[in-house]
Design a protein around this ligand. Structure first.
Ligand code: GLA
Length: 670
């Protein structure tokens, strides 16, 4: 990540996607007037406007965008200018049918929706960089433009492509990676099922096969897809940089993304931005929101980030799209801010009358300015205006949770011991335990320097390389506390089981290896006895081979009845904990309590259901409180409540469902 300036210094940016090309010209004037009323200071423009900007190949029409940017600028509204390359026009696919994506079942993805063309298509890359470059040439000096927004959510709705040109690119990528077919065959273990390749042109992509496809090939395919998408991004970014000085971003999807390794992507953008939508079936979707926000800040390496999209109320693309309750949008927005966002943006400004997203909520809903949603939008704009001084302040934590997209890709491959043990489920469960305990966390990559953290938690580290294992072992030896969840350090970077058995890279730090996995049937349960408590467990057990680890919890019932379930091991100056089964959020509580003790952490004493977040500025600290409860919460804090401007001398009441932001002295306050 380069050191470009934050695009909107001195304020929390507020706004959303703005698609005025869907409306008659006279509506634009009403839009900007209402934006001013709502405190909007930044809008994303042009994200899906390719067909309007380049109606025919090489023929550009920037007139309407000139007028729009001038209008916004005249009204003091800054612009994050999109490159429209997530939705190539009809002429593009008519002229270049080979640029269509082909899925793993051989289905050709046609025009009429949106979605990326083939990442390997030279015609697509040429057309995409041309429109990006033309936009940058024209608007690189426009005073309204403060940021560039390349493409939209790389990897969705399509990322993988099995078209002939993608397969050709794949072979080239493999040649670069492995150098020789011998190395490729060794990495993929092609001696198994006689899959050895003797010629490069025989190397296939992992499309549909009669039985399960080579897992190491699939893992490399995920890496390849991610690399290709990033190359498309880089090409556009560089085309912009050739003409325009403003920072460049592309909107991520944090914990909801699959095709993109965001540790790598974050290094390519000037500012990290993220889209987040609540998942309606999840009654505690605000916990997933917090996870996403923490993950986004972490890939941004602690720098301020942009919440590029969220929704004012319901989305339209889930089975049952649940409207946000009064106050929920404010709680959501302030949680993102509490976790490091310095911009709060929505999809979208004005609800579309036509098209696939007409039932999606917006800042200005179909019901207009008298609606509850618009009133809350105006109120939120005013509140964010009161929080300008938070811009640039940082979140500091003492706990890291390991998150690695490569491990996600590998763990979700087919033919695992149990498909009920899932990366995202374990990540959420451990995160939620920490969240409920009021412990603020960063996410970290297993190869990172972890020495600044008192505690490192590894909820889903199925793929852990030998080098990463050494990194964690060094961390423990130097005094760190490491907590590892089951099915960890099983395979290396090629999805091959580690020599030395399951868990071998963590043998020294945990004082054990795993002899056998003992998955359970659906509905089957067992228990773990720990410190006099009986904790329910399910899905998974393991037969551990202890090599010095102390038994802290014992299986009662199930396939490992009487055997060690939870262990603690002293290694060097630190401690390695291992949990060999699936404990739910409640059952993890006593385990984490013991681990906090080892790590010297004191979890917060905030009332249940009250989310507390701290940001640290140069001259002051800020406490953000979000009350998810249906009754008022009472906090002890000293300072000034910024949303009311009132001094707080000890007692602060946060009404049911409300938020509060208190400026406290640096290092003091509570
Ligand atoms: C995504 C897209 C937006 C819009 C929203 C709807 O995040 O980036 O264009 O489709 O979803 O929720």
């Amino acid at each position: 990540m380069s050191n470009h300036l934050w695009p909107y210094p001195g304020a929390i940016a507020y706004g959303g996607d703005y698609n005025p090309e869907q409306w008659p010209r006279e509506v634009w004037d009403e839009d900007v007037a209402l934006m001013r009323e709502a405190g909007v200071n930044l809008v994303n423009v042009g994200v899906f406007s390719w067909a309007m900007l380049e109606p025919e190949e090489g023929v550009f029409d920037f007139g309407w965008l000139d007028e729009l940017l001038d209008l916004l600028h005249a009204n003091g509204i800054a612009v994050d200018l999109g490159t429209p390359t997530a939705s190539p026009p009809a002429w593009f696919f008519a002229a270049y049918p080979d640029a269509r994506v082909i899925d793993g079942d051989g289905v050709v993805m046609g025009f009429g929706s949106r979605g990326m063309a083939s990442h390997a298509s030279p015609e697509y890359r040429r057309a995409a960089t041309r429109i990006a470059g033309e936009l940058a040439r024209r608007y690189g000096t426009h005073p309204a433009v403060v940021l560039w927004h390349v493409h939209n959510e790389y990897g969705v709705p399509v990322g993988e492509d099995f078209s002939p040109r993608a397969v050709e690119a794949w072979r080239g990528w493999l040649q670069d990676r492995y150098g020789s077919l011998d190395a490729l065959n060794a990495a993929w273990g092609t001696a198994f099922w006689g899959q050895r390749f003797a010629r490069w042109e025989h190397v296939i992509a992992p499309a549909r096969t009669p039985s399960t496809v080579n897992p190491a090939m699939k893992l490399d395919w995920a890496r390849f897809t991610d690399d290709q998408l990033r190359a498309c991004y880089r090409a556009e970014r560089d085309a912009i940089r050739a003409h325009a000085p403003q920072p460049v971003t592309t909107n991520f999807m944090a914990h909801q993304s699959w095709n993109t390794d965001l540790w790598k992507w974050a290094e390519e953008v000037d500012v990290v931005s993220d889209d987040h939508y609540l998942w309606s079936p999840d009654p505690d979707a605000h916990v997933a929101l917090a996870l996403s926000a923490d993950l986004t800040r972490s890939v941004a390496r602690g720098r301020p980030w942009i919440l590029m999209e969220h929704s004012t109320s319901a989305v339209n693309w889930q089975g049952r799209n649940i409207a946000k309750r009064p106050g929920e949008m404010h709680r959501n927005a302030l949680t993102h801010v509490g976790r490091g966002a310095d911009a709060v943006m929505f999809f979208q400004w004005r609800a579309s009358r036509s098209g696939a997203e007409k039932f999606h909520s917006a800042m200005l809903p179909h019901a207009g300015t008298t609606s509850r949603v618009f009133r809350e939008v105006v109120a939120l704009g005013s509140r964010l205006g009161d929080l300008a001084e938070l811009q640039g302040s940082r979140v500091e934590t003492q706990v890291a949770v390991l998150y690695d997209w490569e491990s996600l890709w590998a763990q979700d491959l087919e033919w695992r011991p149990s498909d009920a043990l899932q990366f995202r489920e374990r990540m959420r469960a451990y995160y939620e335990r920490l969240w409920r305990d009021g412990v603020q966390v960063d996410f970290a990559h297993p190869g990172d320097d972890l020495s600044a953290y008192r505690l490192v938690v590894a909820p889903a580290s199925y793929l852990l390389t030998a080098g990463q294992g050494e990194n964690l072992t060094r961390y423990v030896a130097a005094g760190g506390t490491l907590l590892v969840s089951c099915f960890a350090a099983v395979v290396d970077e090629h999805d091959a089981v580690h020599a030395g058995g399951f868990g071998a890279p963590l043998r020294e730090s945990l004082g054990l290896t795993v002899e056998e996995f003992l998955p359970m049937r659906e509905g089957e349960t067992c228990a773990v006895e720990l410190d006099g408590e009986t904790l329910p467990a399910d899905v998974w057990a393991e037969h551990l081979a202890l090599e010095g680890a102390q038994v802290r919890g014992t299986y009662r019932g199930g396939p490992a009845d009487g055997a060690p379930a939870v262990t603690r091991h002293q290694h060097g100056e630190g401690t390695g904990w291992y949990v060999s089964t699936r404990l739910d959020v409640a059952a993890l509580a006593p385990v984490l309590a013991a681990v906090y003790d080892d790590a010297g952490l004191a979890p917060s004493s905030s009332p249940e259901g009250v989310e507390l977040m701290a940001r640290h500025g140069r001259d002051a600290d800020y406490l953000l409180a979000v009350n998810h409860r249906e009754d008022p919460a009472h906090l002890t804090v000293h300072g000034t409540e910024l949303l009311t401007g009132e001094p707080v001398a000890g007692d602060l009441t946060v009404p049911a469902g409300e938020v509060a932001v208190v400026r406290t002295e640096r290092g003091g306050g509570r």
